[in-house]
Design a binder for this molecule. Structure first.
Ligand SMILES: NC(=O)c1ccc[n+]([C@@H]2O[C@H](COP(=O)([O-])OP(=O)(O)OC[C@H]3O[C@@H](n4cnc5c(N)ncnc54)[C@H](OP(=O)(O)O)[C@@H]3O)[C@@H](O)[C@H]2O)c1
Length: 321
């Protein structure tokens, strides 16, 4: 079968397609014929060596959707022909979905409801899983609360807008002007350009004086801002930053409102099947769609990983082997 492999860490040039043996599922594994594999920033961290996987060489890709081709001897919940999706990210991270077939531990995957598109599902795992963990598990977002999603056009952002809307929160989001209409259609009540000078005032105006929940993917840009626009007892969930030392100069502002800061990693998800089943349900109900901005072949994996870090797009990039 064809698979992307890398035998050393480095830039996108280390990603090449090669012929390898089709893997055999272990006792608690499923062999999936891959329909689509999401392209995530985390894939580039494994590629460049900032996150170290089990060892070299390896096939990248943590998100997966496809059809079960075979199951391990102890697997009871799945059989050949089932449509499934999931993500390997978590304790003992699974990799390998940039390939025609991949073996996945059975506890990283759930059944995909009829009618849900496999390509969309391939891009759902990390981004919708992160949005679910942040908003539902960590922030305990309630109906009618104001919820600010920074960068709503991104992978995590656009899933978060829809999940927040699905629980009847009042969604504010930021994004480039090109994406405002789509973000409104996805459920945002207020869409603001993140580059505007009066962004804090605009958020405060649109939220009756402060937001209850914030999902922040750029803590180095927004840590102080979050405290400024927070309502009393707001919950801020931080998922990422560009500068690993974001600093925090607004602790008096945060203290004055009893703001709760929660930083999270998908790696710590106790049971990935819980958020995955929630995501599957919302997709089946038509409340969550993954906007596939671009689809790539296996031999375009390097370009896809460049694009996920450098380009602007609405939604998600996927590889379809
Ligand atoms: N902690 C975790 O477990 C976890 C899980 C998943 C992701 N993450 C991290 O979360 C981040 C986002 O991931 P992703 O997959 O959603 O990436 P993505 O699809 O590339 O989205 C990033 C978004 O940020 C927007 N953006 C750029 N500059 C901005 C600014 N100044 N203010 C607000 N938004 C801005 C981009 O919009 P433009 O198109 O306008 O540039 C884009 O919509 C990454 O750093 C990733 O590593 C963490």
């Amino acid at each position: 079968m064809r698979a992307v492999r890398l035998s050393e860490h480095g830039g996108t040039e280390v990603l090449g397609v090669t012929d390898v043996d089709r893997p055999e599922p272990g006792g608690h594994e499923i062999l999936v014929e891959v329909a689509a594999a999401g392209v995530n920033p985390v894939d580039t961290y494994f590629r460049d060596g900032s996150y170290t996987p089990a060892g070299l060489p390896f096939t990248p890709g943590v998100d997966i959707a496809g059809t079960v081709a075979a199951v391990g001897e102890f697997v009871e919940r799945f059989e050949a022909g089932d449509r499934v999706f999931g993500t390997g990210i978590g304790n003992g991270t699974f990799q390998g979905s940039y390939a025609e077939y991949a073996t996945v531990p059975e506890d990283r995957i759930v059944e995909l409801p009829d009618g849900v598109d496999l390509t969309e599902a391939g891009g759902a795992g990390v981004v919708a899983g992160t949005a679910w963990r942040a908003l539902i598990d960590h922030a305990n977002l309630d109906p009618a609360e104001y919820c600010l999603i920074h960068g709503g056009s991104g992978g995590v952002g656009h899933a978060a807008v829809q999940i927040a809307d699905a629980v009847s929160a009042r969604v504010l989001t930021t994004g480039s002007a090109d994406y405002h209409d789509t973000l409104s259609e996805l459920g945002a009540e207020t869409v603001l350009d993140y580059s505007r000078d009066d962004l804090a005032d605009a958020v405060l105006d649109a939220s009756d004086g402060g937001v209850d929940v914030i999902l922040d993917h750029r803590l180095d840009d927004y840590l102080q801002f979050d405290a400024e626009v927070a309502a009393e007892s707001a919950r801020v969930v931080g998922i990422g930053e560009n500068d690993p030392d974001p600093g925090f100069t607004n602790s008096p502002g945060a203290r004055a409102k009893d703001v709760c800061y929660q930083f999270m990693s998908m790696f710590n998800t106790p049971d990935l099947r819980v958020p995955l089943r929630g995501i599957a349900h919302l997709m089946e109900q038509g409340e969550l769609s993954i906007e596939v901005a671009r689809s790539y072949d296996l031999d375009e994996a390097g370009e896809a990983q460049r694009a996920v870090m450098e380009d602007s797009f609405m939604g998600k990039l996927v590889i379809e082997p």
